[in-house]
Design a binder for this molecule. Sequence first.
Ligand SMILES: Cc1cc2nc3c(=O)[nH]c(=O)nc-3n(C[C@H](O)[C@H](O)[C@H](O)COP(=O)(O)O)c2cc1C
Length: 330
Amino acid sequence: MSLYESLVRPLLFRMEPERAHHMAMSLLTSGLAPKTPLPPGNEVEVFGVTFPSPVGLAAGFDKDGVALNHWKDLGFGFIEVGTVTQHAQPGNSKPRLFRLPEEKALINRMGFNNAGADALAKRLEKAAPGIPLGINIGKSKVTELEDAPEDYAYSYKLLKDWGDYFVVNVSSPNTPGLRELQDKDALTRILWRLKEIDSQKPLFVKISPDMTEGQLDDVVETSIDFGLTGIVATNTTIQRDMLPSDPNQTGGLSGAPVKSLSDQTLEYLANKADGNLTLIGVGGIMSAADAQHKLDLGASLVQLYSGFVYGGPGFAAEVTAGLRKTLPSA
Ligand SMILES: Cc1cc2nc3c(=O)[nH]c(=O)nc-3n(C[C@H](O)[C@H](O)[C@H](O)COP(=O)(O)O)c2cc1C
């Protein structure tokens, strides 16, 4: 058991989850968190970008990019900031983040609390993350669904020069109606608008683990038609059947219980896309073996969120060290 698991995690887990998150971020930005930088030898080259390792931080942990310069010190090979929206917004009322320690899981209904695209642009101007940066964009709550393309377009236009890749998030369960944007026509309208602004930037769409095979077929076809770089699979689930009892909290479930749904989605996408899309695997990675499994299923990169909350500051380095060294070299 690591020092984090035996000592720090019990202290953090005694705090209200969102407060613990802020505390962890403060420790990180003040340089007090233990540093676990990556040794060389884990590089991968994907869509023309060299990643120091294929293990990244998933969207939502550092939504506003407040700790941009510190993730490299924790051994992450890349980070994805956001979800950021055109308008700054407070998100849903608290409490909105819950732990399920027995299940190694979280439930959240944050609702894209973020300081908005303009604030992120200002931070990015001064930042030096030292690792590849993904920017995840979403729709502001105040924007009607039919006006979604312009909301995404605003953030994309403003931020496009800073991201090594961009993610169109249409899969959070916590913005009413957002997941309807995964439908072919709605997604097409958004992608059309973004490609009009810049057709060269690597662009991904992030999907939910709750889609039917028919919906997945549509997303793959639309992604290939638009020349997207790939798909991030997956976001959190609204399903609860895999839990021993229903915790009765609305929101997206992440961590160990979402692994199997995420893996099934990833496997289906890999078969359907047949090498024509780059896949980023996320959902339920709680160990190096879980990450390796996603790479074996066809992901080129993987991301951590809940596993990092449970595993602590050494988790990214631990996962990376445990991967089979069969990575395509940069
Ligand atoms: C508290 C919390 C906030 C999240 N916020 C976002 C977000 O803003 N945008 C997004 O695309 N995904 C968000 N996610 C989803 C994660 O990026 C990830 O897709 C999901 O948690 C599954 O990975 P995990 O099982 O490793 O946690 C969030 C997850 C959690 C737990």
